[in-house]
Design a protein around this ligand. Structure first.
Ligand code: ATP
Ligand code: MG
Length: 632
């Protein structure tokens, strides 16, 4: 903690100087920058602007030059368990061949390329190849529909789509190329000149000869070297759409220099990465976590990482544990949604319990995406980490590019359910609606008071929405995260209490949805997952409505009433009678985004018994809404 305090003090004394020092230490620059932060056009901040670099050179060439050419960069495990490896030298050669192939099709610096791919080495190579030639990529998660894909292609104005014939998940081939065809047929994608297809399964696909190209034919004969396009630090590396938990997804634009700095720095410090580590981030490259902690951060440090094609429950729910055992994973980074579902599976079937596997290689565990309830934290800590591995509960967003509030393992004393303290140099704070600081122990709005290198630069094509969403005038120039938080009165630790919109006011008491959800989930004998929202109520102002997934089958009728009562009393005991949910409904699941986050905004409509008129393009399981509309 002394080292942490020193870094915090260094950043406080000279914010721009602190980040500039790290940008020189962590990145290789073609032309050195002469200035750190430029805030002359706030809130459109710039970092290291007159420096030039190339992100792919930093991730690949530099590792080979450092003598890591033969080191394994990626251990890829396919859905069926087949393992392939790529060394840094191989990854560089493949990236160059693909970069040359893109250039041969006329893709140039500043063009946008949509990547709609399964988890694969080729997916990472496609991102790196874009970075190499200065094309801005926009990765679209392979689970999105034709309509969502079309919207993103159109919004980004992509000149090319890189895809695969099919992807394989849970033993089943799923179409990718066919969905690209469908998306383009919907119209509005006239900018797309070429569709490049990676042959994953060889399954049948349609073919438009004027437009479609096989990746293996395109790269055949291409040289294994490609001079990187040296770009300014502010050059847009990628545009990525947010997951849509709170509204219509936003096209978040990120820089090259500042983004890569934070990707490398946080991978190094938050995961205490050592040369011999085997790092595994289970996210998909379609999400920001897969960008920062698969495609860029670990590679920028010369690490060895696992990339996984499949799903955690195939062939059974022991898959993650088996892979940790097989690949001797030492740093494991996953999401609360995965942990909760694997707890439920392990409690239902001892065969897939983590204790059946040798997980002794693990050193550090990480969590991201949603608040992790203390009950899930404890299970993860005890059963996966053997009680010895620190858990880094990393709070951050697509917009922030990398970790914002997180423990540093081995240094920060941990508290289950708290993301603890800001990463050194991140000026996170809690304020009220006017931007004034609120004292510790009192909840408020999470903001970041100073710009940081990996922050969102703008919303693609919509600078006004950028300003309105993240820099509302009443907050005095602070970045608005959109989450509520509270700092512990004694330790100053941060706990995320839910989205700002999710704060409840019941008879004058303000409560975060998260607190009630955690109380429900701490009833470990019964509850697997819970989501809480408010509904207008004549007497109490707002009434608490809880949606609950039990560890047993969904109850109905009298049984549902009985369990609902038990849970009400449980919450009363855990928090107080004021927090008792008025309405409890049971489901087989909860409405989630395709990245596994609970969409409370849809549940608010369900709770009010009103029809859903909101954007549901990122909803994974629409059928669940009807089930949850049934009252007990
Ligand atoms: P949209 O912005 O479109 O509504 P989204 O916010 O879900 O979608 P992401 O950028 O993927 O899109 O998610 C960031 C959000 O995830 C954070 O604002 C926060 O609500 C939540 N989150 C991420 N990590 C944590 C964490 N460790 N603890 C608590 N919440 C977290
Ligand atoms: Mg968000």
């Amino acid at each position: 903690m002394d080292a942490y305090e020193k870094l915090v003090a260094e950043a406080e004394a000279d914010h721009s100087g602190y980040w500039s020092r790290l940008a020189r230490e962590f990145l290789g620059w073609k032309t050195p920058f002469t200035r750190g932060l430029d805030d002359s056009q706030a809130p459109f901040f710039k970092w290291f602007e007159d420096g030039t670099l190339n992100v792919s050179w930093n991730c690949l060439d530099r590792q080979v030059e450092r003598g890591l050419g033969d080191k394994t960069a990626i251990i890829f495990e396919a859905d069926d368990g087949q393992v392939t490896r790529a060394s840094y030298r191989e990854l560089l050669a493949r990236t160059c061949r693909m970069a040359n192939a893109l250039k041969a099709r006329g893709v140039k610096k500043g063009d946008r390329v949509v990547i709609y791919m399964s988890m694969s080495i080729e997916g990472v190579v496609a991102m790196q190849a874009c970075a190499r030639i200065g094309a801005t990529h926009s990765v679209v998660f392979g689970g999105f529909s034709a309509q969502s894909l079309r919207d993103r292609i159109q919004d980004a104005g992509a000149v090319m789509v890189v895809t695969a014939d099919e992807q394989v998940r849970g033993g089943k081939p799923l179409p990718l190329k066919a969905i690209v065809d469908e998306a383009i047929a919907l119209g509005g994608c006239e900018t797309v000149k070429n569709v490049v297809v990676y042959r994953r399964t060889g399954g049948p696909i349609g073919w438009v000869p004027s437009r479609d190209r096989w990746l293996h034919e395109e790269t055949q004969g291409q040289p294994e070297t490609c001079e990187p396009e040296w770009v300014g630090a502010e050059h847009p590396l990628f545009v990525l759409y947010t997951s849509g938990s709170t509204g219509k997804p936003k096209g978040v634009q990120h820089s090259s220099g500042g983004y890569l700095l934070h990707a490398a720095l946080t991978t190094q410090w938050t995961f205490d990465l050592k040369p011999a580590d085997v790092f595994w981030c289970t996210a998909d490259i379609g999400w920001v976590t897969g960008h920062t902690y698969i495609a860029y951060g670990p590679l920028a440090l010369g690490a060895t990482e696992v990339v996984f094609e499949g799903v955690p429950t195939y062939p059974d729910a022991g898959r993650f544990w088996k892979m940790i055992q097989d690949h001797k994973v030492s740093v494991f980074y996953t999401a609360p949604t995965a942990i909760r579902s694997l707890i439920k599976a392990a409690e239902g079937n001892p065969e897939v319990h983590p204790r059946r596997y040798d997980l002794s290689s693990l050193r550090i565990l990480g969590s991201v995406g949603e608040p992790i309830n203390p009950a899930a934290w404890e299970w993860f800590h005890q059963h996966v980490g053997g009680g010895r591995c620190p858990i880094v509960d990393t709070f951050w967003q697509t917009e922030t590019g990398g970790h914002m509030i997180t423990p540093l393992p081995g240094a920060t004393p941990l508290v289950p359910g708290s993301c603890t303290l800001p990463f050194p140099g991140i000026a996170a704070a809690i304020v009220d609606e006017t931007g004034a600081d609120v004292p510790n122990g009192q909840g408020g709005i999470l903001v970041v008071k100073k710009p940081w290198p990996s922050m969102i630069r703008t919303i693609w094509g919509d600078p006004e929405r950028f300003k309105a969403s993240y820099y509302p005038p009443e907050l005095k120039g602070f970045y608005l995260a959109g989450d509520g938080a509270i700092r512990d009165a004694k330790t100053g630790y941060f706990t995320i209490t839910g989205r700002i919109d999710d704060v409840l006011n019941v008879s004058g008491h303000r409560m975060g949805t998260m607190e009630i959800e955690s109380a429900l989930v701490s009833c470990t004998a019964l509850v697997a997952e819970a989501a809480v929202v408010g509904r207008p109520d004549d007497t109490t102002g707002e009434a608490i409505c809880a949606f609950v997934v039990l560890k047993r089958a969904r109850p109905t009728g009298d049984e549902a009433k009985k369990i609902a009562n038990e849970l009400r009393n449980w919450v009363a005991k855990e928090i107080g009678p004021i927090a008792k949910p008025k309405d409890i409904r049971f489901g087989d699941n909860l409405p989630k985004t395709r990245s596994g986050k609970i969409m409370r905004r849809l549940l608010r409509s369900v709770a009010k018994d009103e029809p859903i008129t909101q954007d549901t393009s990122t909803l994974e399981n629409p059928a669940i809404l009807a089930q949850l509309s049934e009252r007990n």
